[in-house]
Design a binder for this molecule. Structure first.
Ligand code: UTP
Length: 292
């Protein structure tokens, strides 16, 4: 039987981050700062605000600083205290007390599907969330909270989707789906196509980096064969899931930024900085002085 409560969130962070080279040569992409916070922290805060208790980070070689970021830093705290920097001390302490962080290594980057499979023993037999840390979502109600509310209603896997216009649809997994009569933001998935051409895309509904999955996905990921790029694809796993269970898309409310991409990160930085009470007004004035 499926436990109904989503308590655990998986953060796959073992990828190579090649789109952000050379910055990601020795710094994990997940630790790049959006204004003043590593991008993974936005996702962790979102998961906690959605009620998740365990944060499971899938890491790899050279990713130890992700664990360090969420750990207590005695030396730094002592130094800030000695210097009377109480605001910064509070901020530093707050990061390490956010949640229970568990990390597990994916020894080789064998794909997103494989990264999820690595978390199997830590998840067990219950539904769980997946957050791709480079998708940073700015929303009034945290995106994962919206999705957990949908999961509670439909009791099936839920994939976050957004409408993508034009040829850029071919960078995404795209849903072949029908909206539910009682809530057209919820889409019943019939099939999905990975990176279709614009002509072949079955809809404009692209899958983005938030998922709620039932534990059945593990059985399927165990037995699927590597797909595109020799990697175990999560989308192939979800396609397999469709043979056993209903799967839903959800058009969340909010704005998604692809902070794993240089241009996406630049746009997110401008928008997040403009919204900040401390930085926004002076940043706006500065932008006005630029002759564009
Ligand atoms: P991406 O393809 O966006 O990340 O994978 P990447 O491979 O790190 O980046 P690029 O494309 O080379 O720039 C989506 C998410 O899945 C994780 C990544 O860390 C990222 O958060 N991932 C991917 C893994 O954890 N393991 C893998 O084997 C592959």
């Amino acid at each position: 039987m499926i436990r109904t409560k989503v308590r655990k969130a998986v953060f796959p962070a073992a990828g190579l981050g090649t789109r952000f080279l050379p910055a990601t040569k020795s710094i994990p992409k997940e630790m790049l700062a959006l204004v003043d916070k590593p991008i993974i922290q936005y996702g962790v805060e979102e998961a906690i605000a959605a009620g998740c208790e365990d944060i499971i980070v899938i890491t790899g070689r050279g990713k130890d600083c992700i664990e360090d970021h969420f750990d207590k830093s005695y030396e730094l705290e002592a130094l800030l205290e000695a210097r009377g920097k109480m605001d910064l001390l509070e901020m530093t302490r707050q990061v390490s007390s956010l949640a229970r962080i568990i990390s597990v290594r994916q020894k080789e980057s064998l794909g997103l599907g494989h990264a999820i499979l690595v978390a199997r023993d830590l998840i067990g037999d219950e539904p769980f969330a997946v957050i791709l840390p480079d998708d940073v979502i700015d929303a009034e109600v945290p995106c994962l909270k919206q999705m957990i509310d949908v999961y509670d209603k439909v009791q099936g896997s839920v994939l976050a989707t957004q409408e993508v216009e034009g040829p850029s649809i071919s960078s995404y997994g795209v849903l072949d789906c029908t909206p539910l009569a009682e809530d057209p933001r919820i889409l019943e998935v019939k099939n999905m196509v990975e990176k279709p051409t614009m002509e072949d895309a079955p809809s404009k509904n692209a899958i983005i980096g938030r998922y709620i999955l039932t534990p059945k996905i593990f059985d399927i990921l165990e037995r699927i064969k590597p797909g595109a790029g020799g990697e175990l694809q999560l989308t192939d796993g979800i396609k397999g899931l469709l043979q056993y269970e209903r799967v839903y898309g959800y058009k969340f409310e909010g704005k998604r930024h692809d902070a794993g991409d240089k241009f996406g990160m630049l746009k997110a930085t401008v928008e997040f900085a403009l919204k900040r009470e401390d930085l926004g007004p002076s940043f706006r004035e500065y932008l006005k002085t630029l002759s564009l």
